[in-house]
Design a protein around this ligand. Structure first.
Ligand SMILES: Cc1cc2nc3c(=O)[nH]c(=O)nc-3n(C[C@H](O)[C@H](O)[C@H](O)COP(=O)(O)OP(=O)(O)OC[C@H]3O[C@@H](n4cnc5c(N)ncnc54)[C@H](O)[C@@H]3O)c2cc1C
Length: 641
């Protein structure tokens, strides 16, 4: 049964296009002179955290910003390649705020909250203006106007980009805004600092416990509100396209302190990654979805055809996406493209080592546009591909295969981006996001910057305006208790002195997750996986070997804490996947598919966001539901034909 008290999404009334205006007008304000009396902790300096910290600093709050890298500039957001969506309609090709809203709700397979998605589409246009004003060098047309390309799940060109380095350029924009505030003294930056616990006093988020990753020192920090912009948890699968350091610790430990975790099983598998090449690989590389603008995906018609691609005549190639989905062709959404790649490989028509790959072929585009144009559009991606595979994609087709890329699940937040713990706000990939069961390409950067630049600065003000700035001190019993807990977990990990490395556990956990809670899932597989994950977790706590001490730079200790959290999260993801007896977006339960092999939703039973409450490491979590209502985009079987 829905628990309306816990899960009040605080969606404003009125027509959808007026909700955000109305909400902003109804919000309480903190007057400019009072803002400096409030302090805010922002954990994360990626596009979400960096933009939020800079904006809150500019508004006049006292901000402390934390990241585990040596510079905010190294947040994982820097890896984003393809682009950022916005409903500017510069192309005059039929785009609008409403169409971006519609595409996103449909793309997410009707498992997102309509009001949030509409606001995201509205705010998207401001993001581009903000970034251009900061000097972000978006690609331009010959005449000087900003250029656009297409991404999956849309029939318009609304993606703004800076070659294949869009995340890097956007992050440099946010970073310079943040640096300015650091210079002004409104933001204090704490690099190489990892949040290891959330401090909750009298039911409100009041601070965090951190470890200085260089000296090992444990500290507590107190504030009037805490914001988590700590990214996604795709690395639970060990192999993913995420930066190696990305992890779930901040949100998981907040979850253990009472923040509900929503839709943990909604993970995104990206169709165009460089295939796995061996057992000792520790990282996968994305080839941006933007490549599907010009690259054509195909496999041989015949099973087990091992001829080189140039020896396979046109009539013996199957451009399966163009064949099955003529309207969207190679630009179907990621979940659809990934499942189709898996299914042609399962049929025995895959290419390359282990037959786990499909071709992404640029020969037609090069013939049509010339190699220089293709180099201008995707040069850095082609270079990256060649460095990794030693094959020249201007001459032979790329080989690609789906890989874990993004997590739609995360901490549950209401319309104000506040979690179920008052004073704890969650932004960017760390929250359960506006993307439902499947995120469309180029929409994560849009959401992170929308949250950080344009939504949170209003909603957190509304919270603070109703909160007295009181002074809790570091010797408060709750603060000391949280610090002790962090220290004793570190001591416990160091004392095990077992026989296996942290990485060997992580790799094994990732394999279980990929095999049973990855691209396709079954009840039997999920049940088996839950047992395996729990057993492996027990072994971890008795047999892991963490060398070194806690009073120094110790990357094994850092990883051990993160992997300990991945084990618990992995178990919850499996539980959530088992509970959701339907297929939707990236969550594909083999038992629930249409005769054509597409995801089959069960709106009667599962039109809700699943929000889980932590009950203890060996206890079953409790499910709460936020029912989803679709007033504007009516749920239907998604079709991209
Ligand atoms: C290879 C790749 C390419 C992508 N390309 C695109 C694209 O073209 N378009 C698009 O829209 N999306 C893209 N995405 C997705 C997008 O990049 C991410 O979803 C987005 O950048 C996440 O931003 P974020 O600010 O939420 O988190 P992140 O950028 O991951 O930042 C997290 C921050 O939190 C900090 N942090 C985390 N945990 C802690 C802790 N415990 N203590 C202290 N600090 C902590 C980190 O130090 C970091 O500063 C891509 C993703 C990948 C993997």
């Amino acid at each position: 049964m829905p628990d309306s008290k816990l899960l009040d999404a605080r969606i404003p009334g009125g027509p959808i296009e007026q909700k955000w205006d109305k909400a902003r007008f109804d919000m309480k304000l903190v007057n400019p002179a009072n803002k400096r009396k409030y302090s805010v902790i922002v954990v994360g300096s990626g596009l979400a955290g960096g933009s939020a910290a800079a904006t809150l600093g500019e508004l006049g709050y006292n901000v402390k910003c934390f990241c585990f890298q040596d510079s905010p500039r190294r947040a994982h957001s820097i890896a984003a390649q393809g682009g950022i969506n916005a409903a500017k309609n510069y192309q005059g090709d039929g785009d609008s705020v409403y169409r971006l809203f519609y595409d996103t709700v449909k793309g997410g397979d009707f498992r997102a909250r309509e009001a949030n998605v509409y606001r995201l589409a509205q705010v998207s246009v401001n993001i581009i203006d903000q970034c251009v004003a900061q000097g972000v060098p978006f690609a331009r047309e010959y005449g000087g106007l900003l250029s656009n390309r297409s991404f999956g799940g849309a029939q318009v060109s609304r993606t703004f980009y800076a070659r294949g380095q869009t995340g890097q350029q956007l992050l440099l924009g946010a970073y310079q805004a943040l640096e300015r505030q650091i210079h002004e003294g409104s933001v204090t930056m704490y690099p190489r600092s990892e949040m290891l616990d959330l401090i909750v006093i009298d039911g409100r988020a009041r601070g965090i416990v951190t470890r200085d990753l260089v000296s090992g020192k444990i500290d507590a920090h107190i504030a009037d509100a805490v914001v988590l912009g700590t990214g996604g948890y795709g690395n639970v699968y060990y192999l993913s396209t995420n930066a190696k350091g990305s992890n779930c610790t901040a949100i998981w430990r907040a979850h253990k302190r009472g923040a509900l975790f929503a839709n943990p099983c909604f993970t995104q598998i990206h169709p165009t990654c460089i295939p796995v090449s061996g057992d000792y690989q520790s990282k996968l590389t994305l080839m941006s979805e933007s490549l599907r603008n010009d690259g054509r995906i195909w496999v041989p018609v015949k099973k087990g055809d091992t001829r080189s691609p140039d020896q396979i005549p046109e009539a013996e190639r199957d451009y399966y996406l163009e064949r099955k989905y003529p309207s969207f062709g190679n630009l179907v959404p990621r979940d659809v493209a990934s499942r189709n790649a898996k299914s042609v490989c399962d049929e025995g028509r895959g290419v390359g080592p282990g037959a786990l790959g499909v071709y992404l072929d640029f020969s037609d585009a090069i013939k049509r546009l010339g190699e220089d144009t293709i180099r201008e559009r995707y040069g850095n991606l082609f270079d990256m591909y060649e460095r990794i595979t030693d094959e020249n994609p201007y001459k032979v087709p790329m080989r690609i295969y789906p890989a874990i890329h993004y997590t739609m699940g995360g901490l549950w937040v209401d319309y104000h981006l506040q979690s179920t713990i008052p004073g704890l706000f969650v932004i960017g990939e760390a929250n359960f996001s506006d993307h439902g069961a499947n995120r469309l390409g180029a929409s994560a950067l849009m959401q992170g910057l929308s949250d950080g630049y344009f939504v949170l600065p209003y909603t957190i003000g509304n919270y603070l305006a109703q909160t007295k700035a009181d002074k809790t001190t570091l010797d408060h019993a709750v603060v000391r208790g949280a610090v002790d807990q962090v220290q004793s977990q570190e001591k416990q990990l160091l004392a095990i002195k077992g026989k296996r490395t942290v990485d060997s556990f992580h790799r094994e956990l990732g394999k279980i997750m990929w095999d049973h809670c990855g691209m396709s899932r079954t009840a039997a597989g999920l049940r088996q996986a839950r047992g395996q994950v729990n057993e492996l977790r027990e072994e971890f706590w008795t047999n892991v070997n963490v060398p070194g001490s806690d009073a120094e730079l110790n990357q094994a200790l850092e990883k051990a804490g993160r992997v300990a959290d991945f084990f618990e999260l992995g178990s919850l993801m499996i539980k959530d996947a088992l509970e959701r007896e339907e297929s939707c977006g990236g969550h594909f339960r083999e038992e629930y598919q249409t005769p054509e092999g597409e995801a089959q939703r069960d709106d009667e039973r599962f039109s809700y966001a699943a929000a889980w409450e932590y009950k203890g490491v060996n206890a079953e979590p409790e499910l709460h539901k936020e029912p989803l209502e679709f007033e504007y985009v009516h749920p239907s079987q998604r079709s991209y034909k």
